[in-house]
Design a protein around this ligand. Structure first.
Ligand code: GDP
Ligand code: MG
Length: 436
């Protein structure tokens, strides 16, 4: 998607004004890009019509290049489409009850485990409930997640009735001072009446304060139909988009919000438990879709994972466009500690180009690190100081080639450029705030 939109925007960048003709061709490209990203056909058509009208209605200000203006219109549009505001997850009640629904394999059980960990970290007394009565392995899976996260899991292996399991679990939670109960349910491979009846019955029985619908964002167009069917029956409160790792297309996020008119509350980006669950910020998602990398989420994750001091320093540097080799090196080192490398690399603009796809493991950055470590403090802080003789020295010192050094510098420059772009466009909302 991002490449397409980039290309589409290039069409009109640098031109003097937004004319009927360049808008038409740009809008056409954007529509094609949205379709390619699995945005529902009707939705794509509606959005692009709205974008066209808005673009044509704009008076060009003297300082604003039409390309920038158009980028802003598209980004605002995508943001609006995904709901504009972040809708927080704030279940109420004593205990608060949360029901998890979705197809088999969508990521319900994994999400339940991640949510348990998140709530525990917030100081809540959490109880996870295994109400998938069809697959004993599903109960084991949730129990394992509970063990890994130190969160209690409620099971009744002999009971084949999810309604009574859920009711008993809530009762157990009340008696044992739990503040929140999360019920993981069974799914089917496809929509199925029995499954729908069952989950509806569980919902009726425990009257959850939040029902979350979990959907695999890699299922593309199908995700929208599934969401619609579940919403018609359950009238759920929010959506969890899973498997938004690496290059997964964001189309599902766009169309689901538009079709079911329910907020997306969480995005899940990996199989690991730590640092792979984020709240959903429409503006950041729009920027991710526009191909600028999700620097903001990255910085927030960084704040969670390491000392705040370091994150503040990085924030400030990003704001002032003073990002240098010291920062690159510490980012690489942090990233290595932070979780699934592949997912994280996808979030930093330009970083993915520094390593080959098949090489993504903790050794992938070794040459890059070696080069930076061969730099003098002056060189690290002054990326522009690297002339030919310094480059040669770095190559020798790090056991790499001048070509590898040049490549690193080139990618580093691109990163700086992209970060400036993100910085300028977004004003980096949420940065500087603690946590996420
Ligand atoms: P359920 O049947 O809905 O409970 O789905 P599971 O939680 O068992 O997940 C199905 C598969 O998807 C498992 O192999 C999970 O490890 C994987 N999975 C779940 N969430 C994510 C995610 O966000 N990213 C990736 N890459 N895999 C995920
Ligand atoms: Mg499951």
């Amino acid at each position: 998607l991002s490449n397409r939109i980039d290309r589409a925007l290039k069409n009109i960048k640098g031109e003097g004004s937004i004319s009927e003709i360049n808008v038409a061709s740009t809008v056409k490209e954007i529509r094609r890009a949205l379709l390619e990203a699995d945005v529902n056909f009707k939705v794509a058509k509606e959005i692009t019509n709205e974008i066209r009208e808005q673009a044509l209605g704009q008076n060009i200000l003297i300082d604003v290049k039409p390309g920038q203006l158009f980028t802003k219109i598209v980004s605002d549009k995508l943001t609006e489409l995904m709901g504009s505001e972040m809708v927080p997850f704030t279940p109420t009640g004593n205990p608060a009850t949360v029901l998890i629904a979705g197809l088999q394999g969508s990521g319900k059980t994994t999400f339940t485990g991640k949510l348990g960990l998140r709530l525990k970290k917030q100081g809540k007394q959490v109880l996870l409930v295994a109400a998938d009565v069809y697959r004993p392995a599903a109960i084991d899976q949730l129990e394992t997640l509970g063990e890994q996260t130190g969160v209690e899991v409620y099971t009744e292996r002999e009971n084949k009735n999810p309604v009574s399991i859920a009711e008993n679990a809530v009762k157990y939670a009340k008696e044992n001072g739990k503040s929140i109960v999360v019920v993981d349910t069974a799914g089917r491979l496809a929509i199925d009446e029995q499954m729908m009846d069952e989950i509806e019955a569980v919902k009726k029985a425990i009257n959850p304060s939040e029902t979350l619908f979990v959907v695999d964002s890699m299922t593309g167009q199908d995700a929208v139909n599934t969401a619609k069917t579940f919403n018609d029956r359950l009238d759920f409160d929010g959506v969890v988009l899973t498997k938004l790792d690496g290059d997964t297309r964001g189309g599902a996020a766009l169309s689901i919000r538009r079709v079911v008119e329910k907020p997306i509350k969480f995005i899940s980006t990996g199989e690991k438990l730590e640092n792979t669950l984020d709240e959903f910020y429409p503006e950041r998602m729009a920027q991710r879709i526009l191909g600028m990398g999700d620097v903001v989420s990255l910085v927030e994750r960084a704040q969670e994972a390491f000392d705040e001091e370091e994150a503040r320093r990085l924030n400030k540097k990003l704001r002032k466009n003073q990002f240098d080799f010291n920062d690159l090196l510490s980012q690489i080192q942090h990233i290595k500690k932070m979780g699934d490398l592949k997912d994280l690399i996808g979030m930093v603009p330009g970083l993915n180009k520094m390593v080959k796809d098949q090489e993504i493991d903790s050794d992938a950055f070794k040459p890059v690190e070696a080069i930076i470590q061969s730099m003098t403090p002056y060189e690290k802080a002054n990326p522009d100081s690297l002339d030919q003789s310094r480059k040669k020295r770095l190559a020798t010192g790090s056991g790499t080639s001048v070509q590898q050094v040049n490549n690193l510098i080139k990618q580093f420059e691109e990163m700086r450029k992209m970060m400036r772009k993100v910085n300028k466009m977004s004003g980096i909302p949420g940065m500087g705030k603690k946590g996420g």
